[in-house]
Design a protein around this ligand. Sequence first.
Ligand SMILES: *Cc1c(COP(=O)(O)O)cnc(C)c1O
Length: 374
Amino acid sequence: MAITTDLENPYLLLTPGPLSTSQTVREAMLRDWCTWDDDYNLGVVQKIRTQLVELATKAPGYTSVLMQGSGTASVEATIGTVIDDAGRLLVVNNGAYGARIAEIADYLNISHTVFDCGETRLPSAEVIDELLASDPSITHVAMVHCETTTGMLNPVEEVVKIVKRHKRIAIIDAMSSFGGVPMDMAELGIDYLISSANKCIQGVPGFGFVIAREELLKQCKGQARSLSLDLYAQWDCMEVNAGKWRFTSPTHTVRAFAQAMQELLLEGGVEARHERYCKNQSCLVQGMEELGFKCLLEKDMHSPFITSFYSPEHKDYDFRRFYSLLKEKGFVIYPGKVSHADCFRIGNIGDVYPGDIARLINAISESMYWEHKS
Ligand SMILES: *Cc1c(COP(=O)(O)O)cnc(C)c1O
């Protein structure tokens, strides 16, 4: 059977990841690497581990671990490793990814309680304060930074400040925000920060990573509830064997990530990338509003990564048809995920520029078939 090897991307991915990557990131995968050799471990893996820590904070005392699998595997590795049997987790939930953390705790039989905030509301720092004050058995608090379900940016600074005041451990799922918004995890007080290769760093999918306070991670030996997702054992192996992964590592993906990291620095670092994403997102919202679309969230809740729009109420509107028309024109958008509102989502992270957003708005205007019908 013939396999097509067309390397041109037929459409731009306006999704929360995997996202459109640069050609040079994809080209970095065109050679094979030995997982035992220094070229890979020292030259690629260790360098990435150091760069990730540098990206996360200026303070000493932090380390990083890379973990095979999609981003969820890194979340599961963290939740399943860093909370011991006597521990108890508070999950701040305002969307599908917060709910997923609670589901992981369920699966792993980790004692936990969930603060449900509703999908379109910011988590209340006061309530978290009260919850922590009234339940001293809570040892860890987990929250998502950018809740990709809606595109909401959660108040990480406020919430972590309270978590630290109560001397609990703060775990942040910064999957869709890390590398795309300036933040210093030490200044914020975050103990464990989780993200993955195929979001704001603009690599390809295949692994996630955790940046951790070394002193805390060191104490997690033997606590993991899973062999392959033992965050401590993975970290220990990488430390002792200078970058070696315990089990087969996704070499091509990691090499592509090293290239993506170089490109992030070339762009001007996180600040420059954040600026581009903000421009993309404001062009998107302005263009969509001019076409009559409405945002699900108030503007001050928006992240610069992904935006939810209400579906048109016209009886002829159908997401699949709208999606297909846009795909033919070179753009792939994303269905909604909010449970109580009919929405679709458009991401603007990846190798995507304001010019692309302008072309997208044109394509959307031409694809609003429900309005064009005579
Ligand atoms: C993408 C994402 C994840 C991980 O999803 P995977 O499909 O496992 O890669 C987790 N949390 C958030 C907030 C995300 O955006």
